[in-house]
Design a protein around this ligand. Sequence first.
Ligand SMILES: [Zn+2]
Length: 401
Amino acid sequence: MSKKGDGTLAWLRERNRQRVVGILRERGRLSQAEIARATGLSRTTVHSLIGELKGWSMVREVDATHPDSRGGRPAVQLVLRDSSQAVLGIDFGHSHVQVAIADLARNLRAERRTDLDVNHHAIEALDTSARLAFEALAESGFERGSLIAAGIGIPGPVDREHGTAGSATILPGWVGLRIASEMERRLGLPVEIENDANLGALAELTWGAGKDCSNFAYIKAATGIGAGLVVNGQLLRGASGTAGEIGHTTLDEAGALCYCGNRGCLETVASGPAILRLVANANDKPGGEPLTLAGVIELALEGEVRSRRAIHDAGREIGVAVAGLCNLINPERVIVGGLLSRAGEVLLQPLRESLRRHAVQAAAQKVEVVQAVFVERAELLGSLALALRGVRARQMVAQPI
Ligand SMILES: [Zn+2]
């Protein structure tokens, strides 16, 4: 590929070019400074590589007007031109299926959603998701052959090695089902599966509150409590994919029995159902609809004292577990997502205080605790991000030089 003697340099340059193309593919639109930060390359190197890619018509500049920009001259942003291919994201919730199609410049092109009892009707859910995917694909204007990868989210632990759901208690209808291969057969695509907290982390890393951050903990606080950990820009999955099960941190050995079989887990005191148990009776209207977590959050934001206190205490308990997490992985940021994060400072302020009180000073000092950007669509966007990262990883392996 090159003259004798400069082979190593040329290889390095090609490798760096692949990193720039890869990060643009994954994140969509970025300025040169953001590319430098995300790849770890120097600004001079990025500038020179971008010049080359522009010369080959592989990247173009886009209108840099951005809703976040606070005055000043916005940096010119760059996107890849290869938007002829697309990826698919599928999100299985406990009671819904949603799908989305995005091009490789990460523009969302079509979405579909339907309500379904996913927990108990696994095969029906898989069939429905494939049908919705092809409907969305038709709407997006892409040919079937343009679709190159799919990311799939399931609301529970994932056994990535076997492509199955890792817990019978959380997804009773999915036991033994090889989700990844079943979906590969239906879609004719390489498929990756991931749990909801990790997908939330990927969505925030790619588009949200973790965009400029390579070490953070994403906490999904909703019906369950889980964490997605990003270390050096990568998801930390652990030996069997259970890293981040923060909801089953023991806070009180003599506490209430948890569905996992232990006592006093964080979920027994701070999950959605635990909060509801605390406030439901007093706030249930006679003969009316039972109170929901969304209802409690709304009441808390309106200043209703019991709801506020219940969410405040949950924040404090979550902070204790997050403090332990900060001592171990020393994140720059803690991003709090899931439905409970809609309570904003009612949840975050006690969480922050408790984190400062319980973590070692060095870890607690710098960490910021912020609200996630995505709540309802976190898993859907995360499954698209998972597919985009898969495409990037395969290209890096297929084209090392
Ligand atoms: Zn537990």
